[in-house]
Write a protein that binds this ligand. Structure first.
Ligand code: ATP
Length: 300
């Protein structure tokens, strides 16, 4: 498929003095001289379905690989707590930047830019479409706005998966209950120590600080106290996930308004409000629209 032909070798030959600087999306090359490679970026709050959309686009329409941009999922461990895609959910689509950093290291936005460029280069070299998916807008902003290497070589299409907040709140809260059933507390217990340092690595993930008091006292507290502390912790995890969704939305709106990114809003609310076949039908519509947007972008 020639739309996926790698242009990276051409990019490498571009002389810096031929680059034109423009506002809005940042750098643009002289169109006569150079065409940038294309990258799709899927943004959205926690729980909105970014990973599913990336995988569906990759398995059904465009040969693609996913680059994770969730700042807690880059760390090893806490697979349930940070809601990483399982191997089964990946359906054979390669995922990059998942579980690559030590859990107590400090993986910065600069590290993200470096690793994302390496991954994207390799994906483009294999004539596939890179799809960046994840909720950490500061990582995406650093890559798209501040990283000269990326801006010189790639052009982006942004898909923003949006879900009405009250609907998302219910989904995210129920998802926390499912995560607890799947072993969230055990997972965090394995990481727990009494130092209470929640400033590094994936100890900052929602779910870890919230369980501190419960894990600290579970060995000594009576059953009633343990139950109450666990319920309190789970409630706080739910609230903090809902707060995260709001903060992520605010950041997306800021990027959209200030930087005028080429952003396409996809309203996924119906997918979450409906159940069964109706939910699948709503998802099918959202997927079809995404396919059209990405198809147009690739053929521009
Ligand atoms: P900020 O600058 O506020 O860190 P950001 O855009 O860089 O924002 P977000 O993805 O919004 O990054 O993450 C903010 C915080 O939300 C993280 O520091 C972490 O506490 C929590 N968080 C983010 N992703 C997850 C996740 N997958 N699981 C658990 N907690 C998460």
């Amino acid at each position: 498929m020639n739309i996926f032909i790698s242009l990276s070798s051409v990019c490498n030959q571009v002389q810096p003095q031929l680059v034109n600087f423009q506002g809005g999306q940042g750098l643009r090359m002289d169109p006569f001289f150079h065409r940038k490679d294309k990258v799709v970026v899927i943004m959205g709050g926690t729980g909105t379905g970014k990973s599913r959309l990336a995988i569906d686009l990759a398995t059904r329409f465009f040969p693609a690989e996913v680059v994770n941009s969730d700042k807690m999922q880059v760390y090893k461990g806490l697979d349930i707590t940070t809601n990483k895609v399982t191997e089964e959910e990946c359906r054979g689509v390669p995922h990059h930047l998942l579980s690559i950093a030590d859990s107590d290291s400090n993986f910065t936005a600069t590290d993200f830019c470096h690793e994302a460029n390496v991954a994207i280069d390799s994906i483009v070299e294999r004539d596939r479409l890179p799809i960046i998916a994840g909720g950490s807008n500061s990582y995406i902003e650093a890559l798209v706005n501040d990283d000269a290497e990326f801006r010189l070589r790639y052009e982006c299409c942004f898909l923003w998966v949006d879900v009405s907040l009250p609907v998302l709140d219910s989904f995210v809260s129920e998802r926390v209950d499912r995560m607890v059933k799947a072993g969230l507390v055990d997972e965090v217990r394995q990481l727990f120590d009494f130092s209470s340092d929640y400033t590094r690595g994936n100890r900052r993930a929602i779910g870890v600080p919230e369980l501190d008091q419960f894990l600290r006292t579970e060995a000594t507290a009576d059953e009633r106290t343990r139950k109450r502390l666990l319920e309190d912790a789970i409630s706080r995890i739910k609230v903090n996930n809902c707060v995260l969704a709001r903060r992520q939305l605010q950041k997306i709106l800021r990027l959209y308004r200030i930087w005028e990114w080429n952003m396409h809003r996809l309203d996924a609310t119906e997918v979450f409000k409906e159940t069964g076949e109706e939910a699948e039908e709503a998802w099918g519509k959202l997927l079809a629209r995404s396919r059209r947007i990405v198809g147009d972008f690739l053929h521009e």
